[in-house]
Design a protein around this ligand. Structure first.
Ligand code: DP6
Length: 346
């Protein structure tokens, strides 16, 4: 068997992707920080002994067989094989995956997991076909493939920040893949922190896929898509000039909008916990009292991501330890930061 391995990070959206159509196409463009500590490591071994003419796969997650994940990956591979990787039905695959963060931490692992797998598949393709693509083509294909696995995963293939979704005023933007925007951001954002306060380790009460569907019929959907298209332009300007205050204002507005959309769906979901609200209030008060530019964002769950520039790392760490950690599940915090994207590990 021949084997490849990639580690790929999770990402945190500043402009949120919420609502999709067609084959994993976003209803509005989104922008995210690529993270560093929260990552998935995936190894794929393959041999050319496939007698079935369909996807032939064994899958282990953290050294244990995981039938639910295996079924999802098999379906994904089956879905992309004919169009992107025809050789997949002629080989047998053994996939081993593990996360750097606890599985039950409520952190979305689909972005890191699907991007790590996409990087492996693109490398296997080069090895099997002998055709070496240019690095940017390799990344673009990995982004397309990752998107088909999980929308937000397509942004994780880029260092520092990724932007996914077409916007008429953003050159090269596309609904099919994410583009890297690290060359468009001020140095202050290149060392930004994103500390993840774990509020609950429970499985999400609504999957993202089900959540996206609820945007069909949401009375605020069109206004939301317009808002995202406007906020992304303001955000890009703030990122360029290093305007942390505008950045933070937009990040918080996007997080609260995402939760407001879930609360106004039918059926509705309230995914924040009491502790999430307490922490949000404390972060705002700390910002007002100290003048330190510290902001929050959330995914589709109760965990709070604390965003701040590296310059204030000491003060914010003390604040988290003295004021916020008491609200976290088992005192859990993942101290993370903007990262450099996928790494080849084999
Ligand atoms: C709230 O990418 O997990 O994190 O495409 O159905 O796999 P699927 O959804 P997913 O949705 C992420 C939603 C979000 C916002 C974001 O990351 O942009």
């Amino acid at each position: 068997m021949t084997k490849v391995g990639w580690e790929s990070p999770s990402n945190i959206a500043i402009i949120k992707y919420w609502g999709k159509h067609g084959r994993q196409l976003p209803n509005n463009p989104s922008v995210s920080f690529t993270l560093n500590a929260a990552a998935t490591r995936t190894f794929v071994a393959w041999s050319d002994e496939n007698k079935y003419g369909r996807i032939d796969l064994t899958f282990t997650f953290e050294n244990k067989e995981n039938l639910a994940f295996a079924a999802r990956i098999e379906k994904f591979l089956d879905n992309i094989a004919d169009e992107y990787f025809p050789f997949l039905k002629e080989i047998s695959l053994n996939i081993e995956s593990s996360n750097s963060f606890p599985h039950s931490s409520g952190i979305a692992s689909s972005a890191s997991g699907m991007s790590a797998l996409a990087m492996c598949l693109c490398e296997i393709e080069q090895s099997i076909t002998g055709y070496k693509t240019a690095p940017n083509e390799f990344i673009q294909k990995a982004s397309i493939v990752a998107r088909l696995g999980s929308g937000s995963a397509c942004r994780s293939v880029h260092p520092e920040m990724g932007l996914w979704g077409f916007h008429p005023d953003i050159a090269s933007s596309s609904d099919d893949f994410a583009i890297g925007i690290s060359h468009l951001i001020h140095p202050v954002f290149k060392t930004f922190h994103d500390d993840i306060l774990i509020i609950s380790a429970n499985e999400k009460s609504v999957s993202s896929t089900a959540g996206h569907k609820l945007m069909v019929g949401n009375p605020y959907a069109n206004a939301r898509y317009q808002q995202a298209n406007q906020q992304i332009i303001s955000l890009m300007e703030a990122l360029k000039v290093g305007d942390i205050i505008t950045f933070g204002k937009i990040a918080e507005s996007e997080a609260l909008t995402l939760h407001a959309l879930m609360m106004s769906s039918d059926p509705y979901y309230i995914l924040m916990e009491e502790a999430s609200l307490t922490i949000i209030r404390k972060i705002k008060n700390f910002r007002l009292d100290t003048g330190i530019p510290i902001f929050f964002t959330l995914d589709a769950g109760p965990n709070i991501h604390v965003l701040y520039p590296d310059e204030y790392a000491g003060e914010v760490r003390s604040f988290i330890l003295s004021e916020l950690i008491v609200h976290c599940f088992e005192g859990r915090v993942i101290y993370d930061q903007i990262g450099l994207g996928p790494k080849k590990i084999l």
